[in-house]
Design a protein around this ligand. Structure first.
Ligand SMILES: [Zn+2]
Ligand SMILES: [Zn+2]
Length: 155
């Protein structure tokens, strides 16, 4: 995956570019993601923050309540409120880009479905993509190259 992926908010004030493919793409069906997005699931492409170039605008962080108590900040366009990425656990070096904000969201399909225990009943998952009732062990599922990338970014 050496492609570049462009994205932005609904009003066009925020534009960004992913400088490479992500490490992994989560489709999360948890209740928090459902509520925060107002829909059935969220699509998060996990990538090193320094591989996301902000081309214009100023995504503003909003702090979300979490069950775990670990911080979760959603970055939204200050003008139109579109969520463009998230940051979990205060890890500023790792970014969860909202795949739906890409110009070509079909380019990054989910690599895994998580928290399927709260998946809406009318959502049918593809058989060839791993799915888990709750969270999972990335060691068992991620390609080695992605594990290496995450290790590098976590220091
Ligand atoms: Zn906007
Ligand atoms: Zn979730």
């Amino acid at each position: 995956m050496s492609d570049v992926f462009n994205g932005g908010c609904a009003c066009g004030a925020v534009r960004y570019r992913m400088l490479s493919g992500p490490m992994f793409v989560h489709c999360c069906h948890c209740k928090d993601c459902q509520r925060q997005t107002g829909t059935a699931f969220v699509l998060n492409a996990m990538i090193e923050s320094d591989r996301v170039e902000l081309l214009s605008g100023e995504p503003r962080p909003f702090t979300m309540p979490t069950d775990s108590g670990r911080p979760h900040r959603v970055f939204r366009c200050a003008e139109c409120g579109t969520a463009v990425w998230s940051e979990y656990g205060g890890l500023t070096q790792l970014r969860f880009v909202r795949v739906g904000s890409l110009d070509e969201p079909a380019a990054l399909p989910p690599d895994v479905h998580i928290y399927t225990r709260s998946k809406l009943p009318w959502v049918t998952l593809p058989e060839q993509v791993p799915a888990f009732e709750a969270y999972y062990s990335s060691r068992d599922v991620w390609p080695a190259a992605s594990l290496e990338r995450r290790k590098a970014v976590m220091g």
